[in-house]
Design a binder for this molecule. Structure first.
Ligand SMILES: *Cc1c(COP(=O)(O)O)cnc(C)c1O
Length: 455
């Protein structure tokens, strides 16, 4: 009996195949050979599992498809029609044109990233950010690292290693994406002391837990959920006062880093960075790519000597921001300095977008797509662990199951189209929210939906 593996062509035979040879003009020859080897390996495994040896033409098709996948980046722009403004899985905050331009300029050529132009000497990349971040938050000192998880890790490692940090049981939470406050504390070598109960923690709970080993009290803004009803947690200023009476620090992990009063948009008040600073938190930490509306970053603002201490810590080097993000963060901060955040920063444009504008777009979409799409009332979400149950009234287009196509099938066709569009399914309808779609993408969205509906 001949082995079924014997019928598999060799690598060199496939390399010389008339349909594979042209790949050499688009792909390094080692890469073509590697793709062939991977495909043959897969075929061998299939044969070993009892499948027939595939015909050469099938192998060739698979090699070409595999090569095509390698030649296209898998990370692609998508249209976010979910109505979730800060969607972590879709890349959080889109950047303003100014932030993108700054990022591009810093990436294209050289820059004075760490170079002091007047002196002609080595400079500090954080120098591009500090004055701006102080200006917009009211803090006396500021720095930034790669992300907020890194900021929390740095602060705890540098200031509380092998000492105790007191935190309310209701705040020792998982923020999302596996970021658990107790875990971060353990990793940093700080000892977590949980006080109070899940729903209620009083100032006296913190007070009674203070020992000679305590380094800090920590507040974590329970940003992605809300316990409502019988709840209690002391305000930051009380925590700060208690900490300072005992010579301790108050570390405030705000999560979202909101700088703008959210009440004005009919949302609950998201705690702002300015409030935390004014309440005397020693360090306040927040993300760059949530409600701030900038690039991924972990911003730390607060007392001068503490920030100086963190800046000298070796972890700061390991967690440093790249130049593109430094440029984009500075450009984003400048929008706040210029008092143009609502017009220029995409997440704030979306939050403050008038309902009449959204209504007009939803009606236009529904008209252009035609039945069974129709414009209905809906709610957009802020997302990104901010304002968990708050919705902003919006208009969405709703598409029910149609022509024998289920709603999940339609949603999948939209995800897999030329231009992926992500919607959300509710009550067995596919909902598409104009609030989170850039107006310049309206035509593309309508075309994608029309194609997915099979028109
Ligand atoms: C989102 C969040 C973090 C993590 O921030 P990243 O910038 O994603 O690392 C930490 N703490 C809180 C309270 C958060 O909401």
């Amino acid at each position: 009996m001949t082995s079924p593996f014997r019928n598999l062509p060799s690598v060199s035979r496939l390399l010389a195949h008339r349909r594979i040879r042209p790949l050499a003009s688009r792909m390094a020859s080692d890469s073509v050979a590697e793709v062939i080897r991977q495909q043959l390996e897969e075929a061998r495994r299939a044969i070993a599992a009892g499948h027939e040896c595939p015909p050469t033409e099938t192998l060739v098709e698979s090699v070409l498809a595999r090569a095509e996948l390698l030649l296209q980046p898998t990370l692609r722009p998508v249209i976010n029609a979910t109505g979730v403004i800060i969607h972590t899985n879709l890349g959080r905050a889109p950047l303003s044109p100014e932030a993108i331009a700054a990022m591009e300029a810093a990436s294209r050529g050289y820059s004075n990233l760490e170079f002091d132009l007047p002196e002609g000497e080595r400079g500090d990349r954080l120098a591009h950010l500090e004055a701006l971040l102080c200006q917009i938050t009211g803090a006396e000192a500021a720095m930034a690292v790669n992300n907020n998880a890194g900021a929390a890790h740095l602060a705890l490692t540098a200031l509380a290693k092998e000492r105790e940090v007191i935190i309310s049981r209701g705040q020792a939470v998982e923020i999302g994406g596996g970021f658990r406050i107790p875990e971060v504390m353990r990793q940093s070598g700080a000892r977590l002391v949980e006080v109070g109960t899940t729903n209620r923690t009083y100032l006296s709970d913190y007070q009674q837990a203070i020992t000679d080993d305590t380094a800090a009290l920590m507040r974590v803004h329970a940003s992605n959920f809300r316990i409502i009803g019988f709840v209690e947690s002391p305000p930051v200023e009380d925590l700060a006062r208690l900490a300072h009476e005992h010579g301790l620090l108050l570390l405030d992990d705000l999560g979202s880093g909101c700088l703008i009063d959210t009440n004005q948009f009919g949302l609950a008040a998201e705690p702002t960075v300015q409030e935390s600073v004014a309440a005397n938190a020693d360090l306040t930490m927040f993300s760059g790519d949530k409600l701030l509306g900038g690039p991924q970053a972990g911003i730390i603002v607060g007392r001068q000597e503490l920030v100086a201490h963190l800046r000298r810590h070796p972890l700061t080097r390991a967690l440093r921001m790249d130049k593109g993000s430094v440029a984009a963060l500075a450009a984003t901060a400048i929008h706040y300095v210029r008092d143009e955040a609502l017009e220029k920063i995409p997440v704030w444009r979306m939050i403050s977008m008038p309902l009449t504008t959204i209504e007009r777009r939803a009606r236009r979409w529904a008209r252009a797509i035609g039945a069974p799409a129709r414009s209905v009332h809906g709610r957009s979400m802020v997302g990104g662990g901010s304002l968990p149950e708050e919705g902003l009234p919006t208009r969405v287009i709703a598409i029910p199951a149609h022509d024998g196509r289920s709603v999940t099938e339609l949603a999948q066709r939209l995800r897999l189209g030329q231009q992926p569009v992500i919607g959300r399914i509710e009550h067995d309808q596919l909902l598409l929210d104009p609030r989170t779609v850039a107006p310049e993408d309206d035509t593309t969205l309508v075309e994608a939906v029309t194609a997915a509906l099979g028109r």
